[in-house]
Design a protein around this ligand. Sequence first.
Ligand SMILES: Nc1ncnc2c1ncn2[C@@H]1O[C@H](COP(=O)(O)OP(=O)(O)OP(=O)(O)O)[C@@H](O)[C@H]1O
Length: 307
Amino acid sequence: MHNDWFIIINPTSGNGKSKKHIPKILQLLKQQQITYNYAITKYVKHEFELVQNAITNGYHKIISVGGDGTLHNIVNGILHQSVLSSSLIKIAVIPFGTGNDWVKNYQISKDLSKNISTIKSEHTTYQDIGKITLNSTKTIVYFNNLAGIGFDGHVVNSIGKYKKYGAISYLLAVFVGFSKYKSVDLSIELDNKIIEVNSLMTLIGLCKYSGGGMRLTEKSDPTNGLFDITIIKHLNLATVLVNLPKLFNGKITKHRKVTTYKTNNISISLPKNKTVFMQADGELIDSENFTVELIPKAIQVITPKKS
Ligand SMILES: Nc1ncnc2c1ncn2[C@@H]1O[C@H](COP(=O)(O)OP(=O)(O)OP(=O)(O)O)[C@@H](O)[C@H]1O
């Protein structure tokens, strides 16, 4: 194991923004005497392979340059390997995505110099990770921010064509998608209860933000060993419009059609013969009945010291 950082850069993140900043990032790292090696991804999910190769080659400090999807794939590469325990691996993020929701949770600076000083400090927080197991294929997908079923999966499915609009892309996808979307019947099992619900969307959160800055879960804390579950029943467009600010300030969780729970284990069954989109950290995943369990303090993430 050596002490250099391994940097994984997704040049397509943020509509190609990260690519333009590569020379500047590398120069600032050198200036702060941070030693590193780096690789640029060449295709979708290449991050997964790159991080596993880096760990096999003795790296245990990783920097993700990109958005939430890049980080998600790196986290999955780390959790799916067995060379080194994930809790011994440090992950830093230089955000260059569209939504950049995960970094908001920790107030990681978008200012490159400030962020690189934070990385240099190596101040870490041990973060919980969600582990989704799909019932029939036993496929495992990890998430570090939030997973969702229903309308938010539908938004992720359509987001590609809106990303060119930058920060407002998620909001655009919400409004364009809403009129055609139909809520679905879910059977949700948590804390020995079975909840049958017609749901617009159901969210399983570790961190606070998703969908480009929305706050759909209640007081999420990615270090407390619990998921924040939000079940939103069917809402009409007028209700969404009236409650728009509440989607961003967290107060939507108080709406009478919204219920919240805290748990570390949840199973969800989807309706038969209906496509229900599912997403993890803004990446679409296969849609089928699944169970989610929480792995406490599974990774170390580089975070600014609280002043
Ligand atoms: N070279 C590449 N070509 C095409 N896609 C890539 C490449 N490298 C990585 N990807 C994929 O790009 C996807 C999106 O990346 P990411 O989520 O980081 O950016 P974003 O969508 O702009 O940001 P955010 O998720 O924060 O809104 C990921 O699924 C990743 O696997």
